[in-house]
Design a protein around this ligand. Structure first.
Ligand code: B12
Length: 219
């Protein structure tokens, strides 16, 4: 096996195992060897996170495993991101994401962002405790394909209702897929607030979004 193939195999395994430092070192080595960052991303890192997502949905991996794998992926993405921006790789679409006003939980949101980014989306993260006006300004500025609203408290998830109403009133709802999620959110609540989609986890969000946008699954 060539050193390149060996690196791809190791990156896949080490990302699943959440070995951030080793993943970062190997990603750097891959670039020193002149490997294509897209190959590293699509042949090792993304398949690894997809496997983590599968294992999570199957109940064989739990949040801690998903988090360390996501952090390992994030480490590699920090190395690759500037180079990827230089390639001709067209993003699959733009996703604006934020945790709603009054809520500072961001671990679930960040996991979604990494998985979306890893799948090839351009992600604009508005952070936590995001005010209504900030969401409206971001939609106008970035013209995203989809908007994600994250809430982890039963007291903050009702924020979805005035937010979606404000987006409609501002004439920004057409052609925008609105996703809602976070620990207390359900499909039933998504239907109630008139959002387009709900996902209980990051990998399901990526799959659902690709389906809605007519993008074929990789692998
Ligand atoms: C860690 C944590 C915190 C941390 C947050 C740190 C951080 N940087 O995020 C800290 C300590 C700050 C915190 C504070 C509070 N917390 Co807290 N917190 C949690 C805890 C233990 C874990 C949440 C978490 O990050 N889970 C890990 C991620 C990965 O979760 P996940 O849900 O699987 O994420 C997936 C999905 O939700 C989905 N998803 C997430 N966002 C989105 C968005 C979209 C668009 C989509 C489609 C999907 C999606 O994809 C994610 C990735 O797969 C939960 C318990 C729990 N079971 O959720 C309580 C919990 C959410 N917190 C709770 C409470 C009450 C609070 C506080 C009010 C406590 C207090 N009295 O101060 C404050 C509120 C602060 C605020 N204003 O926001 C309650 C909420 C109860 C309720 N029904 O409202 C919980 C449920 C604990 C409990 N059982 O009582 N908290």
């Amino acid at each position: 096996m060539s050193r390149e193939d060996d690196i791809l195999d190791s990156l896949y395994d080490l990302t699943i195992d959440g070995e951030r430092d080793k993943v970062v070192a190997l990603t750097n080595e891959s670039l020193e060897l002149g490997m294509d960052p897209l190959v590293v991303l699509f042949d090792a890192l993304i398949p690894a996170l997809e496997e983590v997502g599968r294992q999570f949905e199957a109940g064989t991996f739990f949040v801690p495993e998903m988090l360390v794998a996501a952090k390992a992926m994030q480490g590699a993405m920090d190395v690759l991101r500037p180079l990827l921006a230089k390639t001709d790789a067209k993003p699959l679409g733009t996703f604006v994401m934020g945790t709603v006003k009054g809520d500072i939980h961001d671990i679930g949101k960040n996991l979604c962002n990494i998985m979306l980014e890893g799948a090839g989306f351009n992600v604009i993260d508005l952070g936590v405790n995001v005010q209504e006006q900030t969401f409206l300004d971001a939609i106008r500025e970035h013209k995203p394909d989809a908007l994600g609203l994250s809430a982890f408290l039963t007291t903050t998830m009702p924020m979805f209702i005035p937010l979606i109403a404000a987006i409609e009133e501002a004439g920004l709802r057409d052609g925008l897929l609105i996703y809602v999620g976070g620990a207390p959110v359900t499909q039933e609540y998504c239907d109630k607030v008139g959002a387009d989609g709900y996902s209980p986890n990051a990998s399901a969000l990526v799959r659902h979004l690709k389906e809605k946008m007519g993008i074929k699954a990789s692998g």
